[in-house]
Design a binder for this molecule. Structure first.
Ligand code: GDP
Ligand code: MN
Length: 390
């Protein structure tokens, strides 16, 4: 789960990570009120969406009058912001952050994440802040400084000084960096984060470090122990189908292809996507209905897949281990009758009571292809999606 910049900055401020004074607003009037509270006659107004690259997409603007602030707030609020990270549809802007402007001397990069290879918290830093860090890593890898944290000992002061030295920071700035890094380590561990990123971490014209941007990713699997953080979820920023799936405890991920896949078990789902691709097809989604695939969950999964306009054919691939295939077949028949599947449907059943399940499907009078063989089911659905004869 992602947080908005304004939410992450609050968590930063609570830990003593320096951030500019700012206030979120969800209407033009509130934006003006926020600017009045902040004072001064210039502000930065920033669209709050779960994506970076907002600067490039026109989502970060410096304004120097209340009139200009109003104009920008009116333009952004209620619009969809397209950035290099959002895709063409963009993300809806329901809030803006009004912030005191900062005079920037240098833009740095600082993040902390779990490096799965070394199985450690790892800090990344760079003097190439404000840019796309992946691009820097690809073209100038030496500008990325990487420091692994020993899990038992935790972050050490010398590691902070090393990064400060490599970034060319002076004594006071290096001490500020150390304070920021320790605060980030604490926040990361206490919130079960998977990534905290400050891009840019700036050196102000006054010579102090300041977190100008804030990105915080939380580990969904640990959210159950952070009710306060879970409450910060903004479903408007998430894929609607993925959010609906999460509600029904279905494991669903949108993909770009046109073959809807419904499978029980993540391993079988991966194998199904592999076989679909092997036959020249592209999956529209990954969907694991889980071990306890009941008729209701199958019905919900169908709705989810069919709500995607891209889907040109559906492959259901169920292995009956604990679940019985005849019960799944009944669930499929019920779901197809209720939601009326307008695209070709291939159902592969194998395992416990597979024969009974297939017989039910074949005598249901529904327009579907029942299969017991995995490979030919995948081949048939690929051909069906292309509009080729059955
Ligand atoms: P992102 O594009 O979504 O990563 O949004 P950021 O919060 O990182 O802002 C993008 C860029 O806008 C930053 O890299 C800065 O160069 C610039 N920017 C943001 N806030 C200020 C500010 O207060 N003063 C100045 N001079 N530039 C700013
Ligand atoms: Mn940024």
């Amino acid at each position: 789960m992602n947080l908005h910049e304004y939410q992450a900055k609050r968590l930063f401020a609570d830990r003593g990570v320096p951030v500019p004074k700012s206030q979120p607003a969800d209407s033009v009037g509130d934006a003006v009120a926020a600017a009045e509270v902040l004072g001064g006659d210039r502000w930065v107004i920033k669209a709050q969406v779960h994506a970076g690259g907002r600067g490039k997409g026109g989502g970060v603007k410096l304004v120097d009058s209340f009139a200009a602030l109003r104009d920008e707030a009116a333009r952004l609020l209620g619009s969809r912001l397209v950035t290099p990270q959002t895709g063409a549809a963009g993300l809806p802007v329901h809030q803006v952050l009004v912030e005191q402007p900062t005079e920037i001397a240098r833009e740095l990069y600082l993040s902390v994440l779990i490096d799965r290879r070394s199985e450690r918290l790892t800090f990344l830093a760079s003097d190439a802040g404000g840019m796309d860090i992946e691009a820097v890593a690809a073209s100038e890898p030496r500008r990325i400084i990487r420091v692994g944290v020993n899990t038992a000992a935790g972050l050490q002061a010398f590691q902070c000084r090393y990064i400060g030295f490599r970034l060319g920071l002076e004594g006071r700035q290096s001490r500020q960096l150390q304070q920021i890094m320790f605060a980030l380590q604490g926040l990361f561990l206490d919130s079960d984060a998977s990534l905290i990123e400050i891009n840019p971490l700036v050196v102000t014209s006054g010579g102090d470090l300041l977190a100008l941007d804030a990105k915080l990713h939380l580990d969904d699997n640990a959210l159950y122990r952070h009710a306060d953080l879970a409450a910060l979820r903004d479903p408007t920023q998430e894929d609607a189908r993925e959010a609906a799936a999460a509600e029904h405890r279905l494991n669903y991920i949108s993909l770009d292809g046109d073959i809807g896949c419904m499978v029980n078990g993540a391993g079988l789902a991966m194998a199904t996507m592999d076989l679909v691709k092997l036959h020249g097809g592209e999956p529209a989604n990954f969907l694991d209905v889980g071990g306890g695939a009941t008729a209701e969950r199958v019905a919900e999964a169908f709705k989810l897949i069919l709500s995607d306009d891209k889907v040109a054919a559906v492959l259901v691939n169920i292995f009956g281990g604990i679940v019985r295939c005849d019960l799944i077949a009944e669930g499929i028949i019920q779901a197809v009758r209720e939601s009326g599947v307008a695209v070709p449907l291939v159902v592969r059943l194998e395992g416990t009571n597979a024969e009974q399940g297939l017989a039910l499907l074949n005598t249901s009078g529904l327009d579907l292809l029942a299969e017991q063989d995995f490979d030919s089911a995948a081949e048939k659905v690929v051909r069906a999606a292309r509009g080729e004869s059955k």
